[in-house]
Every structure is written in structure tokens, then in C-alpha cells.
Design a binder for this molecule. Structure first.
Ligand code: BTN
Length: 264
């Protein structure tokens, strides 16, 4: 049977409605769903905005990096929340979104995804999804959080640049078949609403516990880049705030709330 087209109507129909009434925007092409959602929130100050596209001409990743994806193959979307717990808990929302992606990949496709702090989902050790969580202020001072998801669905290995080909993957590469973006989106957002419910209730320890269940980071050696600082050590724990606890090679234990992290 042919799949319904990836469109505003199809997306609206597949999104869950239990917790949030999503207001869906779909564009065949856009600079960045993250920027569009942020701009709309700044103007209108409301949550539930959901923006998806088939192609981004200026997709953004963490630390000012570009997020490149060929036209019409992957999931590229951003959505706006106004959570109860504000900016201090922002890292936990990134973890919640990563957990939702993992739940979806496991239940829908029988894959064995892993989370990699702070914002990646890996399959077979390669990045399949990146999450960008940003804080935005509305005109009236209200705080919104934009969660942006870039999930490699149907792109082939040759679509990655040579520098990242060894480190990145897609659902097509991992399963050997084309996957319906709509089914993945629906399952992921359903799982996200469950995570968000935990978050809104303040069950942070449960989010951390579930995150650890999808992580092979504890005990692993990592290299961390925070601004100009670069340190190495072994991962000891993940705090309730979402901070990564690392026993550094200088013998000190330190918590990192947000920085680049690589396995060494
Ligand atoms: C990262 O791993 O650096 C995060 C990547 C986030 C990319 C997504 S794609 C949809 C949304 N729009 C953007 O411009 N970025 C996010």
C-alpha cells in the first residue's frame, strides 16, 4: 500500500493529542524549523507549535554547527513547549526527547538504540539522531523551549559527507528498508508525550533511570570540550539535573551540564 504523503494534514493526523493540542506547520522547504518555531514563539508566546519540513537550507546543530540533510528523506522538525520547571531543567528535556526516539526505534523497528550524552541517539555506535533544545523568550517575557529533532531516516550512506560517513547512520542503513517517516514521527511523539508527562510531574529521577537504561556511557572514557577547555576522564554518573559526572584524569570529579563529549 502506498504511504500517505508527508504533509501538514498527514502530520496533524499522526500526532498524539492527549497532552498537547499541536498546531502543525509544514513547509516543503525552510531555512530551519528551529528558527521558524523560535520566531513564531517570540511573536505569539504560545506552546504547541510544531514545525516540520522536507528540506532545510540553513539547518542548525549544536555549538553553531550546520545540520545537513538531503531533500525529502529524513525527519526534520521542531516543537515548542512551555514546561513547568523552566530553564534549569532544560537538559532533562533533551534527555527526554532522546529517550522518546529510543523507545520508538526499539518498539517500531526492533533496533537497539543508545543514548549518548548530551543530545545524540546512536545505533550500532553511529549517530542516527541529534536533538537541539533552546530557550526562547516571548514578547511578554514568557519562556518557551524549542526542541529540534533531526533523525536520519531514509538517507543513504553516500549522502553523508566523507568526514561523518564513518560516524553517522540512518534507519534505512540499519534496517535495509525504506521506513515511513510518518510512522516514526507518530511513535516518537507519542513516546515523547509520555516522557513529558513524567517531566511535568517532576519525576526527574525516573527520566535519569530510564536514560541510564539506554546508555553505555557509565564507565566509558570520554573527552569533553567546554569552550576552550578540553579534559579527559571516565563517566561516573548522570545527576538528576542531567549533568554528566566525570572522574577526570587529574583525580577530581566534576559535573558538566552541557558541552561536547566524545568517546576516546
Ligand atoms: C545536533 O546534533 O547538533 C543537533 C541537531 C538538531 C537538528 C535539528 S533538524 C530540525 C531542527 N532544525 C534545525 O535547524 N535544527 C534542528
Amino acid at each position: 500500500m502506498s504511504q500517505p504523503r508527508f504533509s501538514q494534514k498527514a502530520i496533524t493526523e499522526i500526532l498524539p493529542r492527549e497532552l498537547i493540542r499541536w498546531e502543525v506547520y509544514f513547509f516543503p522547504e525552510l531555512e530551519s524549523t528551529q528558527s521558524f518555531a523560535g520566531d513564531l514563539f517570540r511573536k505569539e508566546g504560545r506552546y504547541g507549535i510544531f514545525v516540520a519540513t522536507n528540506y532545510q537550507s540553513a539547518g542548525r546543530g549544536r555549538e553553531g554547527r550546520k545540520w545537513l540533510s538531503p531533500r525529502g528523506n529524513d525527519l526534520l522538525f521542531s516543537f515548542v513547549l512551555m514546561p513547568r520547571h523552566g530553564a534549569s531543567r532544560l537538559p532533562l528535556l533533551t534527555l527526554s526527547a532522546a529517550l522518546a526516539v529510543c523507545d520508538c526505534l526499539r518498539s517500531l523497528l526492533d533496533l537497539k538504540p543508545e543514548v549518548k550524552w548530551p543530545n545524540d541517539v546512536l545505533v550500532n555506535g553511529k549517530k542516527v539522531c541529534g536533538i537541539l533544545t533552546e530557550l526562547v523568550k516571548g514578547k511578554g517575557g514568557e519562556q518557551g523551549i524549542i526542541v529540534g529533532v533531526g533523525l536520519n531516516v531514509n538517507r543513504s550512506s553516500s549522502s553523508f559527507s566523507p568526514e561523518i560517513r564513518e560516524k553517522a547512520t540512518s534507519l534505512l542503513i540499519e534496517t535495509g528498508r525504506r521506513i515511513s517517516r510518518l510512522s516514526v514521527l507518530g511513535a516518537m511523539m507519542k513516546a515523547f508525550e509520555d516522557e513529558y508527562f513524567l517531566f511535568q510531574k517532576g519525576h526527574f529521577e525516573e527520566i535519569i533511570r530510564r536514560w541510564k537504561g539506554y546508555s553505555s556511557m557509565l564507565g566509558r572514557r570520554v573527552s569533553l570540550h567546554a569552550g576552550k577547555r578540553e579534559v579527559q576522564g571516565s563517566v561516573v554518573d548522570l545527576e538528576d539535573s542531567g549533568a554528566l559526572v566525570v572522574l577526570l584524569d587529574n583525580g577530581r570529579t566534576e559535573s558538566f551540564l552541557s558541552c561536547d563529549c566524545m568517546f576516546v
